[in-house]
Design a binder for this molecule. Structure first.
Ligand code: NAD
Length: 422
């Protein structure tokens, strides 16, 4: 059966999310009331915030916070800064957070936020003022028991530090648990920075084991060398995988014998780009996605694998480090090709799982050793992988629909048990 729900589904993330939700809900025979509730976000907030630029001008920025569900606990989800942020994208990302938190069985609902801006053209002072004003505008809806943001595209530990400080100033006390992904020095968790990439590595290891492959002869191509992609590549390299290609937005690298990712990491830190890395050949960044490899890890942004290139993909395993990198229409093509997909709501859940650990540590006021964080993460990611595979096999569906079914089942059960206040 086709997963395509409408004409715009190919590149509209909200429609892509809805297409998978409907398919899974139908398979689950989901109660119609729960279907209605879960098919729309619970709350959507749009703000237009004035920000003083360095030259004294006032610029107006539009930002969003969408809370899809708070049934299982406080809403949880990142904040992204990008020129193309829009409400449908934020809605989709918020729903994906609900499903993701349920797949790994942590007590959070789903949310997402973003500001339409071009952070590459803004100074640190401008970004700080914009972040603080955005936080102040959302002060009533944020909080450790309400909604807990985290970093996403073009936001980082510093952004979370500004958000935590602004929220704390308004509350007249330090509230570390209001955001996660903070610097360790102000209540962040050890291991959080690498956590999404570590989760990608952990589920890739499980998939490789399941398909009878060995890391040392498994070739991996990673798209995006930001937070998720760089740590995924580094940790896969450390596990003995051959990272043969890295694609960035403007360039790509290839080395059939495997890129020394540790050296590439140092090169990027020193030069701010992967371009010109001497121990790999330059490669076309679009072609790398469809180049000869065993594992493809899209870890940049949504809509990268579409009907335009899905048919040409050579990878046996697709590990979705990014959110929504594969369109719903491309899913059908990949299914026909027999590609083993580890869907985003499982593959990149390592970040939010460690964010959960951070929130727990902040509330306890007791901080864990990194080895403990990593071993708890390994336990949760491998259990979630096994659960998704069990669902896929027992319901005879692909891994993506299995992950949605598992998640929807868990969220629906919570709503049913709490009762609907209607
Ligand atoms: P980031 O901003 O740190 O990195 C993104 C990287 O992708 C950058 O290096 C950028 O140059 C590159 N990029 C952008 N467009 C590209 C393109 N068209 N082709 C190739 N490379 C491109 O962001 P991130 O935090 O690593 O997030 C990446 C993805 O992972 C997003 O979809 C995000 O929602 C998802 N994600 C992030 C986390 C997290 O903990 N950071 C957790 C779960 C999911």
């Amino acid at each position: 059966m086709s997963t395509v729900a409408g004409p715009h589904v190919e590149t509209n993330p909200w429609e892509a999310q809805a297409a998978r939700f409907e398919l899974a809900a139908r398979k689950l025979n989901l109660d119609p009331s729960l279907w209605k509730i879960l098919s729309m976000p619970a709350r959507e907030i749009t703000v237009h915030i004035p920000v003083q630029m360095d030259d004294g001008r006032i610029e107006l920025f539009t930002g969003y916070r969408v809370q899809h569900s708070m049934a299982r606990g406080p809403a949880k989800g990142g904040i992204r800064y990008a020129p193309e942020v829009n409400l449908d994208e934020v809605r989709a990302l918020a729903a994906w957070m609900t499903w993701k938190c349920a797949v790994v069985d942590i007590p959070f609902g789903g949310a997402k936020g973003g500001i339409i801006c071009d952070p590459k053209t803004m100074s640190q002072h401008e970004l700080e003022r914009m972040t603080r004003r955005f936080t102040a505008e959302l002060i009533e809806v944020l909080g450790p028991e309400k909604d807990v943001p985290a970093p996403d595209m073009n936001t980082n530990e510093q952004t979370m530090a500004w958000m935590m400080d602004t929220y704390s100033m308004h509350m007249r006390q330090t509230v570390t648990a209001v955001v996660t992904g903070k610097p360790v020095s102000i209540g962040g968790s050890r291991g959080r920075r690498e956590a999404t990439g570590r989760g990608v590595m952990l589920v890739t290891l499980q998939a490789v084991k399941k398909l009878g492959l060995m890391p040392w002869n498994t070739r991996v191509v990673v798209q995006g060398f930001g937070n998720v992609g760089s740590y995924a590549a580094l940790l896969l390299h450390e596990q003995g995988f051959l990272v043969t290609g890295i694609a960035e937005w403007n360039c790509g690298l290839h080395n059939a014998h495997g890129i020394d990712v540790k050296k590439l990491f140092e090169y990027k830190t020193a030069n701010g780009t992967i371009e010109g890395f001497p121990e790999a050949e330059p490669a076309d960044h679009h072609e790398l996605l469809v180049s000869d490899c065993d594992v493809l890890v899209p870890a940049a942004m949504e809509n990268q694998i579409t009907t335009q290139n899905a048919g040409k993909l050579k990878a046996k395993i697709l590990v979705e480090g990014a959110n929504g990198p594969t369109t719903a229409a491309a899913d059908d093509i990949l299914q026909d090709k027999g590609v083993f997909i580890i869907p985003d709501i499982l593959a990149n859940a390592g970040g939010v799982t460690t964010s959960y650990f951070e929130w727990v540590q902040d509330r306890q006021g007791y901080f864990w050793k990194e080895a403990f964080v990593n071993s708890e993460l390994e336990h949760m990611m491998t259990s979630a992988f096994a659960e998704v595979i069990r669902y896929a096999e027992s319901h005879n569906v692909n891994n993506r629909i299995a992950a949605y079914m598992l998640a929807i089942d868990r969220v629906a059960e919570t709503i049913k048990t709490r009762g609907i206040y209607a």
